[in-house]
Design a protein around this ligand. Structure first.
Ligand code: NAD
Ligand code: LMR
Length: 326
């Protein structure tokens, strides 16, 4: 990898997730230990002072790879010439809300930022949307950046993927990184589908190793889908360090590759698997040489079809709700 500085925009820089994310990026966890980085931090005017405080702390870590930091409330300044963008800034939900309840509060943010991305970013910049509802926000962002490649706009379902891996590994008595070909399909919402059908451990089918289909359907799938809510109930605030970690995993694998294994990324649908074109839906991808390829031809059985249709139905409803912004 070239040693020219990589420019990385991060929105919502004064928030909870960024309090973990920024330090990991500056440490080299995304682009690697030999790649200098510059951070371009965006937040609202009233949060600028808080961002300055975070930047003082970044300075006090003396990260050798961190070459420059910009603080701004102007999206175009934040996205100027970026190689990567983490779109975190937006309102989180609180107890009693679903992520889709944030649609009206957050959708406009992504319309404005899409236009700025279109004007200012490098055409090969890699973008991840974390702010909820992440899938539909990513669709709004891409729709408002017509000259920016839609394939480079993605949304995060990696937290759900990681959550499921740990529960599966515990149940099977294996290590998380021994599980291959696992995927979370669809929306980052209660309808997401954590699909173990094709998962393997050292060439053996994971469903056979665990041998408990009712645990899969009645415990694993709903617990992964409700994990964000469980964390809000326990912590009084939504997940932060684990969300930052998942964003790092997503971007790291996109840049460096996923070693031939499947990872879950929400990408703009090409119509495969019965997912209408243009919806940002979690699918299995393999990352290699700085890009991702959808895994094609995965068999979808009756139960999986029902689960996929349910989450795709919800994404379609969300798209209708924001049609004025697309
Ligand atoms: P937070 O409230 O701690 O921080 C959000 C930050 O965004 C604040 O500093 C706020 O000022 C800023 N912001 C708001 N509007 C902005 C705008 N227009 N431009 C730039 N910055 C803006 O929230 P958080 O806990 O860091 O969570 C951020 C988002 O990430 C929420 O929407 C949350 O639901 C979502 N999230 C997603 C996942 C996922 O898996 N996709 C996981 C965890 C959290
Ligand atoms: C999560 O899954 O932890 C985040 O999306 C935050 C939330 O609102 O659940």
């Amino acid at each position: 990898m070239s040693n020219q500085v990589k420019r990385i925009a991060v929105t919502g820089a004064a928030g909870q997730i960024c309090y973990s994310l920024l330090f990991r990026i500056a440490n080299g966890d995304v682009f690697g230990p030999d790649q200098p980085v510059a951070l371009q931090l965006l937040d609202l005017p009233q949060a600028q002072n808080a961002v300055r405080g975070v930047v003082m702390e970044l300075e006090d870590c003396a990260f050798p790879l961190l070459r420059d930091v910009t603080i701004t409330d102007d999206p175009k300044t934040a996205f100027r010439d970026i190689d990567a963008g983490f779109f975190v800034g937006s309102r989180p939900r609180s107890k009693g809300m679903e992520r889709r309840d944030l649609l009206s509060a957050n959708a406009e943010i992504f319309r404005v930022q899409g236009q700025a991305l279109n004007e200012a970013a490098k055409r090969d910049a890699k973008v991840i949307v974390v702010g909820n509802p992440a899938n539909t926000n990513a669709m709004i962002l891409a729709a408002n950046a017509p000259d920016f490649p839609t394939a480079n706009v993605t949304a995060m379902v990696r937290l759900d993927h990681n959550r499921a891996l740990t529960q599966l590994a515990k149940k099977a008595g294996v290590k998380v990184d021994e599980i291959k070909k696992f995927v979370v399909w669809g929306n980052h919402s209660p309808t997401m589908f954590a699909d173990w059908t094709h998962a393997e451990v050292n060439g053996r089918k994971l469903p056979e190793i665990i041998g408990d289909d009712s645990w899969y359907r009645e415990t694993l799938i709903p617990e992964v889908a409700r994990r964000g809510t469980a964390i809000i109930e326990a912590r009084g605030a939504s997940s932060a360090a684990s969300a930052a970690n998942a964003a790092i995993d997503h971007m790291h694998d996109w840049i460096h590759g996923s070693n031939g294994d499947w990872v879950s990324m929400a990408v703009s649908s090409d119509g495969s698997y019965g997912i209408p074109e243009g919806l940002m839906a979690g699918v299995p991808v393999i990352c290699k040489d700085g890009s991702y390829e959808r895994v094609t031809g995965v068999p979808v059985d009756g139960f999986a079809r029902e689960m996929l249709d349910r989450t795709v139905g919800e994404l379609t409803e969300e798209r209708e709700a924001v049609s004025a912004l697309l």
